[in-house]
Design a protein around this ligand. Structure first.
Ligand code: SF4
Ligand code: SF4
Length: 512
């Protein structure tokens, strides 16, 4: 589905696409590939709507008609019109804004689709079922990143899950998903931090044992991946997520190093070199004050290494270590958008994309709201709804971001608490956080695009889940940039090839 500005001064109200078959994804880069497994590849295009004269006119912003809010996107020619509740949007030439808002045919079309759009958003926000688990088989990590969300003492001497216990946990999870997952959809288990490769023997045994029933992924710091491990994981097409924070060791080392302060940069680069050509890997770069000035160099490095997907994740401000290196929103926006623009240049120069998955998700949130793949950008977010986290004791949390925060444990997997955890106060506190109850977001037209993340951050910064998280101004700039790209017909450069293979156009209007 495409919406293009039409030469000759015509207004271009937009529309949206929905996936033909809905699927759920998690928060980390490794979830990206998982989604494909549960989608079909059928594609259907609806015809372009024609604007018929409505029988009984409705009026924009009157109360009975749709609420269409103009949003300045910083484009020379276009302004966005957004219906906040349904996430409907359109791009309108500035000089025709009043005319479009007063066009009964256009307003009537938006109105007529309102119920369907509302149903879509309700499904996405409230009716998805869990389909993924972030599973921490150990509390230990060989690194001591300054912004880590796990206490250093735990990472040095924390518990490790035995192979028998890991298998027992996976059996319990399978039984649960048997009842909750749609037929034919395998649940996703992502082995996650601390550093899961400390338990590599148990994990590799589990990957082979449960291969036909579970889709696995591994999120790792990469330092413990040797040739044998890479061979094992790639031969089984396991999705791999690694971490690297800079183009040079002196930059990466500012935030990511061993407990004794040693560099990990060259080691991770060696792994990325070994993964060159492997399509199921991604790299997370955590964006902080320490690498903000080097984001362009980082995407150049990743692109040069033929990394297919990366995430440029602003550091989570859940814990003091993260808050200490939190970039200012305005600085973050400038550096981040420059890095995005560089990925487009690299694509145009080489024909090869480096998809920045967290930004691609924002573009998807606009062009196909229900096809978005990561779940931090919708409120309530995916935590405790689409996925949950299990720590090395078997304790259950809405998201890994809550591990270590008191009051957010929803029971224990081994104690038989899995089914009940979703109804606990711990989980409900997170899943009940929604944009309608956050003061600034209530008024915001873009609230279903930015998602007002993150509840863990909001809780730790403000002591209150019903507050804004970090980076609101940055998310706003990111969305405005996405809309500018769409106005200029550049959005495909930022989306994975084939992103729309399982989507169908449900509303597309060109107004003339
Ligand atoms: S690699 Fe991950 S778990 Fe280990 S210290 Fe760094 S952020 Fe924490
Ligand atoms: S709790 Fe935070 S990190 Fe976890 S899914 Fe929600 S927004 Fe994302």
């Amino acid at each position: 589905m495409t919406r293009r500005p039409v030469p000759g001064g015509r207004a271009v109200p937009g529309g949206r696409a929905v996936p033909e078959k809905r699927a759920v994804a998690g928060r980390a880069a490794v979830a990206d590939d998982f989604q494909r497994a549960s989608r079909d590849n059928r594609r259907r295009r609806a015809g372009k709507n024609t604007l018929a004269k409505p029988a009984a006119p409705v009026y924009a912003n009157s109360g009975n008609g749709p609420a269409l809010v103009p949003v300045d996107i910083g484009h020379d020619a276009y302004t966005a019109l957004v219906e906040p509740d349904t996430a409907f949007w359109s791009l309108v030439r500035k000089e025709r804004l009043v005319e479009v808002l007063a066009d009964p045919a256009f307003v009537g079309e938006v109105h007529d689709h309102g119920e369907a759009f509302t149903a879509e958003m309700d499904l996405l926000r409230f009716k998805l079922v869990p389909s993924a688990v972030y599973f921490n088989p150990t509390e230990r990590c060989n690194l001591n990143c300054t912004y880590c969300y796990l206490p250093e003492k735990t990472r040095r001497r924390g518990v490790r899950m035995s192979k028998a216990r890991l298998f027992e946990a996976l059996e319990i999870l399978l039984e649960f998903f048997h009842h909750t997952s749609p037929d034919g959809v395998r649940p996703q288990v992502i082995f996650h931090g601390a550093e899961p490769m400390h338990e590599r023997r148990a994990i590799f045994a589990a990957i082979d044992h449960f291969a036909s029933e579970i889709v696995f992924g591994v999120q790792t710091n990469g330092t413990l991946l040797d040739h044998e491990a890479i061979e094992f994981l790639t031969s089984r097409r396991i999705s791999l997520g690694l971490s690297l924070d800079g183009p040079l060791a002196e930059i990466s080392d500012r935030t990511r190093h061993t407990h004794s302060g040693h560099t990990t940069h060259e080691r991770v680069l060696g792994v990325l070199e070994a993964l060159r050509g492997y399509e199921h890997h991604a790299v997370i770069c955590t964006v902080t004050t320490e690498n903000l000035a080097h984001l362009v160099g980082i995407v150049e490095l990743f692109h040069g290494l033929e990394v297919p997907t990366c995430m440029l994740n602003p550091v989570r401000c859940t814990l003091p270590g993260g808050r200490a290196v939190r970039p200012a929103d305005e600085d973050l926006a400038v550096a981040y958008l420059a890095a995005l623009e560089r990925t487009e240049e690299l694509y145009r120069e080489t024909g090869r994309k480096l998809v920045v998955a967290n930004f691609a998700n924002i573009v998807l949130a606009v062009v196909a709201p229900t096809a978005r793949r990561l779940m931090c950008d919708i409120s309530p977010c995916g935590a405790g709804r689409c996925f949950f986290a299990v720590d090395a004791h078997g304790n259950l949390f809405p998201c890994s971001e809550f591990i270590g925060l008191s009051g957010f444990e929803g029971g224990n997997l081994f104690a038989g608490d899995l089914e009940g955890c979703f109804g606990t106060d711990a989980f409900r506190a997170v899943t009940a956080r929604r944009v309608e109850t956050i003061e600034c977001c209530q008024r915001g037209a873009i609230r279903h695009f930015c998602g007002a993340p993150c509840p863990a951050e909001a809780h730790e910064i403000h002591g209150d889940l019903a507050q804004q998280g970090a980076y609101c101004r940055f998310y706003e700039e990111q969305l405005r940039f996405a809309l500018r790209l769409i106005a200029d017909g550049r959005e495909h450069a930022y989306l994975a090839n084939g992103w729309d293979a399982a989507t169908s156009t449900v509303f597309e209007v060109t107004h003339s």
